[in-house]
Design a protein around this ligand. Structure first.
Ligand code: FAD
Length: 437
């Protein structure tokens, strides 16, 4: 694969055509320079262009080449750090305001899709998060209490309600979120890019930012063949920012995850999954999936700190699907691909001004399609003079993620969590067996 090609995926196979933007080849200036052509950079650039700011965006590969063009396409509020943990750490009031900001991100995505005149990018509405273990009699009360605390719209579903739409015995209760929806992420990224250009923003692909230096009141961003001077710089490079800013690059841990799309399945899929919204399970590193293209299943799951693509990825993903839906044992995988998520050790995004005029909008982990828009909204408000939204993220700094040691620790932690999930499910199955006998 050439660095300017999109990696093979169902999204790449169904993407809009997009011109190759020329690399930066000279000296240029702007109000704001953005590093990274994923959702974080694109939303930042577009929201600034909407305010009449002159923006230049640099992308190492192509627009939407990273996580933003490869993800599950789920758009919903919340963060990679679970809301319960957020409340524990910051208290209910701060957690509620952060949750509100994530809802703002959902709204930014929805409004952009409408404004771009591309209703086809929105592929389905609502989300169901299902539990692999029985959550007990107080589940509905607990869920409603949490929703109330956060100002959230999600609501509890019983096991019977879940199994009414998902024909599997693997699931128990669920949480239904009517605010969430799902999209074609690569086409959304490409549409955002076109809109930025229509508002006089300049995008350069195949252009890696390799250095950053103070320049009077502003900054100079260096590339191999040119440089950009700007009053503000926004670093939105996710897990692979490279040498442009060692501190931020070292604070984000790259974690791989995978997505597969089946060949067309036919009527059997509609019999197993009678639900057009998004679905995920609530395990620590669970499955997430949705029906696309009428009768294909798009299935995501697994995490590992080994960022190489596993040789038997298709078989692995097929096995995961069949373990939940044994009736789909005859399916074939048409596409399977890896993607890299960027995690800070605290699992919250890094959003804010780290030096005068130097902003970071990164590390959205596995929960970034709406959250990048929430982060961009906060950064743009800050650049325009209102730092209050970026301030919400201030308790989560940019501390070192531990390099290879961090990776090993994360992998160990993931295996530990997998073991706990496995043990919870096994123990519950044994208890159920004991009750039956
Ligand atoms: C397989 C997968 C499934 C996921 N599913 C979901 C989901 O369903 N819902 C959800 O909410 N989230 C999901 N996520 C997470 C979500 O996709 C990400 O959090 C989000 O897309 C991150 O956007 P970003 O702009 O920060 O990063 P990216 O999209 O990775 O963009 C960063 C860009 O910056 C560029 N760049 C980096 N450094 C430089 C540099 N020095 N110079 C120039 N360019 C540079 C990179 O080339 C890259 O294109 C998933 C992630 C993956 C990988």
């Amino acid at each position: 694969m050439r660095p300017d090609d999109y990696p093979a995926s169902w999204y790449a196979a169904t993407r809009d055509s997009a011109p190759k933007r020329p690399p930066l080849g000279s000296q240029d200036d702007a109000d704001v320079a953005v590093v990274g052509g994923g959702f974080a950079g694109l939303h930042t650039a577009r929201l600034l262009a909407l305010q009449g700011k002159r923006v230049i965006l640099l992308e190492r590969h192509r627009i939407g080449w990273g996580a933003s063009g490869r993800n599950g396409g789920f758009v919903g509020p919340g963060y990679a750090l679970r809301t319960g943990a957020l409340i524990e750490r910051l208290g209910a009031d701060h957690a509620r305001r952060l949750y509100e900001q994530s809802k703002r991100g959902v709204a930014v995505v929805r409004e952009a899709i409408e404004a771009l005149g591309r209703p086809d990018i929105l592929m389905g509405s609502r989300k169901l998060s299902v539990s692999r273990t029985d959550q007990g009699l107080d589940f509905a009360d607990r869920t409603r209490r949490l929703a109330d605390q956060l100002g959230a719209s999600f609501e509890p579903w019983t096991t019977a309600e879940v199994r009414d739409v998902l024909d599997t015995q693997s699931y128990h209760q669920g949480i239904h979120d009517p605010l969430s929806f799902h999209i074609h992420p690569l086409n959304f990224a490409l549409a955002l890019a076109r809109d930025i250009e229509a508002r006089s923003g300049r995008l350069h692909e195949a252009t890696e930012a390799t250095g950053l230096a103070r320049n009077g009141d502003g900054w100079r961003l260096m590339t191999a063949a040119g440089e950009v001077s700007a009053r503000h710089v926004v670093l939105a490079g996710n897990a692979d920012l490279g040498v442009v800013h060692g501190g931020i690059a070292g604070a984000v841990l790259p974690v791989a995850t995978y997505v597969a799309v089946t060949e067309k399945i036919g009527a059997a899929l509609g019999e197993a999954i009678r639900w057009s919204g998004a679905i995920s399970d609530t395990r620590r590193a669970g499955d997430y999936y949705r029906v696309v293209d009428g009768d294909r299943l798009l299935w995501g799951g697994r995490i590992t700190t080994d960022t190489r693509e596993p040789p038997r990825l298709r078989e692995m993903m097929r096995g995961d699907i069949v373990s939940v839906y044994p009736q789909l044992r005859d399916i074939r995988i048409a596409y399977a691909w890896p993607g890299i998520m960027g995690y800070a050790p605290h699992k919250m995004p890094q959003v804010g001004e780290i030096a005068p005029g130097l902003w970071v909008c990164s590390a959205f982990g596995g929960h970034g399609v709406a959250q990048t828009a929430a982060g961009a909204d906060a950064v743009v408000a800050g650049i325009l003079g209102d730092g209050s939204r970026a301030q919400l993220f201030a308790p989560f700094g940019t501390s070192w993620a531990g390099g290879p040691f961090g990776r090993a620790a994360t992998q160990l932690a993931y295996w530990g969590l997998q073991m706990r999930d496995w043990w919870d499910e096994k123990r519950q199955a044994q208890n159920a067996e004991t009750l039956r006998t």
